[in-house]
Design a protein around this ligand. Structure first.
Ligand code: NI
Length: 175
């Protein structure tokens, strides 16, 4: 299994647009497996290719392992070329964090419900309807593939404060 390292701000790869995959082949599945492992190890509930220094449109999620709970069975979701095909007018606010912006959190407003079409682990066309945390998570991860971070929704004042805090944590070797 590939041992991926998760990159953090201000790495410029996090601001770049990832490109669609042609198909989900063994190479993509190896990538998905490695990304899921890196996400569990972090631990986190979602990870996009940009965060492991790759620029293809691949993401993984698993909400069953949040809060360090290992009691629940893993239920990984693998997506290639995810695309939001519907979003609700109703909005939802939730606190978000990001493995690439360690230990920083902020309330982010997003459409409460989205429908996403994507290619699954086997390369089959699939759709997911997401609400609640899953909705925030999948939108957050698709944002990554477009070079967008949750801090981009904040005022520049708040964003710079968070970037400064991460820089300080790095300097103190606390990450
Ligand atoms: Ni993130």
């Amino acid at each position: 299994m590939i041992d991926y390292k998760i990159i953090t701000v201000p790495d410029p790869v996090l601001k770049q647009q990832a490109q669609p995959v042609n198909k989900v082949d063994d190479a993509i599945r190896v990538q998905m497996d490695g990304m899921l492992r890196a996400m569990y190890d972090a631990p986190g509930i979602g990870l996009a290719a940009n965060q492991v220094n790759l620029l293809n449109r691949v993401l993984v999620m698993d909400l069953s392992r949040r809060d360090d709970e290992v009691s629940e069975d893993p239920s990984p979701i693998y997506m290639a070329n995810p695309e939001i095909i519907y979003e609700s007018e109703e909005m939802s606010v939730m606190e978000e964090g990001c493995l690439s912006i360690p230990r920083q959190y902020a309330d982010i407003e997003r459409p409460a419900m989205v429908r996403v079409k994507y290619l699954d682990y086997n390369g089959n066309h699939s759709e997911l309807e997401a609400t609640g945390l899953l909705s925030h998570c999948v939108q957050h991860e698709i944002d990554h593939l477009n070079g967008v971070l949750f801090i981009d929704y904040l005022s520049s004042l708040k964003r710079n404060m968070i970037l400064k805090k991460v820089k300080k944590l790095k300097k103190q070797n606390l990450l």
